[in-house]
Design a protein. Structure first.
Length: 254
């Protein structure tokens, strides 16, 4: 794999339809600062418009995913772009590859992704209330949507540290792997997704993301509208032709 662009904060590359975003500050345990926020937000904006990117993986160098903001800082500086919002806004499915700690705003980054793979030594936490601060980065909103209000309240109010097996049981993670297999597991998942119709993937992500914010009838109408739109694409026709010919489809994202 060859980096398309590298900075002191984030390494970015695209291969076989998968866009990789790697936090590259292991010495700081990948804490978020102005540079990281700027680089990650900019990389997300670029990938959102890249037709070659069908799936995105958010990973991190070193033993920790991210410890969030610096210990003396409780919130993003108003002059910084919001890296969590940038990850959440990606139209492609996003896989988080999580090793070690994902804490505070680092947890927020993980929750902004659609799928999460964790290692056996991963720990997810939001200890802000213990320190007299309110969790940020959308943690108080995304966490209950994923694990339910009761578990979210216990995790946030008590500062409970959630380890890999519990994260799997709660639905915070979809897979647990040894640390040495994390990159391969994330790559296998991402490449499997990238082989599917990219338009269908984006529509499915949109429908799922909006499901909890829409009344049921409106959500069903959205699902139908997206289905109708998909029928007008060349990818849909390719899928039908490939099925009839008993071959693998060659989706072009059109």
């Amino acid at each position: 794999m060859r980096p398309r662009r590298a900075s002191p904060a984030v390494v970015v590359w695209v291969e076989d339809g998968v866009g990789w975003l790697e936090l590259a500050r292991p010495a700081t345990r990948n804490r978020l600062d102005a540079t990281v926020a700027q680089e990650l937000a900019g990389a997300c904006e670029t990938m959102a418009l890249d037709a070659d990117v069908r799936v995105v993986v958010l990973a991190a160098a070193g033993r920790d995913f991210s410890l969030g903001l610096a210990s003396a800082r409780g919130w993003l500086d108003p002059s910084w772009p919001d890296p969590v919002a940038a990850v959440a806004a990606l139209p492609q499915p996003v896989v988080a590859a999580i090793d070690g700690e994902a804490r505070g705003w680092g947890l927020a980054l993980a929750l902004a992704c659609d799928l999460r793979i964790v290692t056996t030594r991963a720990v997810l936490s939001a200890p802000d209330l213990i320190e007299g601060r309110l969790p940020g980065g959308g943690v108080t909103q995304r966490l209950p949507r994923i694990v339910g209000a009761g578990r979210a309240a216990a995790m946030l109010l008590l500062g409970t540290r959630i380890r890999a097996r519990e994260a799997l049981a709660w639905g915070l993670a979809g897979e647990v792997v040894p640390p040495g297999r994390l990159a391969r597991a994330a790559e296998a998942l991402a490449r499997g997704l990238a082989e599917r119709g990219p338009i269908a993937l984006r529509y499915a992500k949109e429908a799922v993301r909006r499901a909890l914010d829409l009344p049921l009838d409106d959500g069903v109408r959205l699902e139908h509208d997206l289905y109708v739109l998909l029928q007008t694409t060349a990818d849909r026709r390719e899928g039908i032709e490939a099925f009839r010919a008993r071959r693998r489809p060659r989706f072009a994202g059109r």
